[in-house]
Design a binder for this molecule. Structure first.
Ligand SMILES: NC(=O)c1ccc[n+]([C@@H]2O[C@H](COP(=O)([O-])OP(=O)(O)OC[C@H]3O[C@@H](n4cnc5c(N)ncnc54)[C@H](O)[C@@H]3O)[C@@H](O)[C@H]2O)c1
Length: 300
């Protein structure tokens, strides 16, 4: 089922999340083009997705072979300009950095058709902070997806200061059309809908670990037994990417200026050692065979 107002989707940034948005759009019949500053990004992400799926007991929203097949069909552009030229919807999934996102939105606005909707997949930045980089704030919105490869088919949907009702409805309809459940944010909130719940878990568990109160593996054990999930918060953060987690925490800190929101220095040191999680083979756990997958991890 494709969305009546959207035929062509352009994705900017085909890393962990952008690749999945592009792949699912293609799977559901949209004409998909994409651009990434790193021409090898899709290839690297596909390898990572295989490891992520192998380490989870959750089924991907679409089978791995379809993920691989759809990835091959994405038209990778050489420039952002050529990629968005005919799009009805442009969704940005580049690193969590406000300056970079504003610059990218400016380019998206300059080169996409005037009718195109511009969306950000940001995990924490409200589109109200980005929309003024464009001449079409009424057509900008947050569409925040989760790991589709781990079966998380939800997306937070939030407007900016001028987003029209019609654009929000079209955004939600498009989210549904690619097999996801839209979670509507009724008034602007940092962290959106479900992502704010997950963020509270991240902040607490990171500080428990960094403060020496508990071993991260015990926190994960508790979570896994309590929720029945195959990974705990630290395993999930490894899958997200610790650099991405850090960037998100900094957005919250810059908002509150509360020291309790500042991400732990120990997390920063991991990033400086290139321990970014699944994508670099080492984070809290080592990959491709992390300890939480071993049969005795949850043994009494
Ligand atoms: N990782 C997650 O689980 C997750 C979940 C939801 C939302 N997000 C959000 O999605 C966005 C991307 O996160 P990610 O985890 O996919 O990051 P990532 O690091 O895996 O991918 C980012 C991609 O953007 C590319 N890039 C960097 N600068 C660029 C530019 N100027 N133009 C084009 N491409 C550029 C990089 O080469 C990389 O491939 C962030 O805003 C993040 O908060 C991430």
């Amino acid at each position: 089922m494709t969305n009546s107002k959207i035929r062509k989707v352009a994705v900017i940034g085909t890393g962990t999340l952008g690749s999945q948005i592009a792949i699912h759009s293609g799977y559901h019949g949209y004409d998909v083009s994409a651009y990434d500053a790193d021409p090898e990004s899709l290839e690297k992400v596909l390898q990572m997705i295989q490891i992520r799926i192998a380490n989870s007991n959750r089924k991907p929203v679409i089978p791995l072979r379809e993920i691989q097949r759809q990835a091959k069909k994405i038209k990778m552009g050489k420039t952002l300009e050529e990629t968005v030229g005919e799009a009805d919807l442009v969704i940005e999934a580049i690193p969590e950095d406000l300056r970079l996102k504003r610059e990218t939105f400016k380019q998206m606005d300059l080169h996409a058709p005037p009718k195109a909707i511009l969306a950000t997949n940001s995990s924490s930045i409200p589109v109200s902070r980005i929309e003024s980089a464009t001449r079409r704030p009424e057509r900008c919105l947050n569409l925040h997806f989760y790991s589709l490869d781990l079966g998380r088919n939800i997306a937070d949907v939030m407007g900016g200061t001028k987003t029209t009702r019609q654009v929000l409805e079209t955004g939600k309809e498009w989210v549904r059309s690619i097999g996801c459940v839209p979670l509507t944010v009724k008034k602007e909130l940092l962290g959106f809908c479900f992502n704010r719940v997950w963020r509270a878990v991240k902040r607490e568990t990171l500080h428990m670990w960094a403060g020496g109160y508990a071993d991260f593996k015990d926190i994960d054990r508790g979570w896994m037994i309590w929720t029945g999930m195959s990974q705990g918060p630290f395993g999930i953060m490894d899958a997200v990417g610790l650099d991405v987690v850090y960037g998100i925490e900094m957005v919250y800190y810059n908002e509150s200026k509360d020291r309790k929101d500042y991400p732990p220095a120990a997390l920063k040191r991991m990033i400086q050692r290139n321990e970014l999680g699944v994508k670099t083979g080492k984070g809290f756990y080592a990959y491709p065979n992390p300890e939480f997958k071993k049969p005795d991890f949850l043994k009494p």
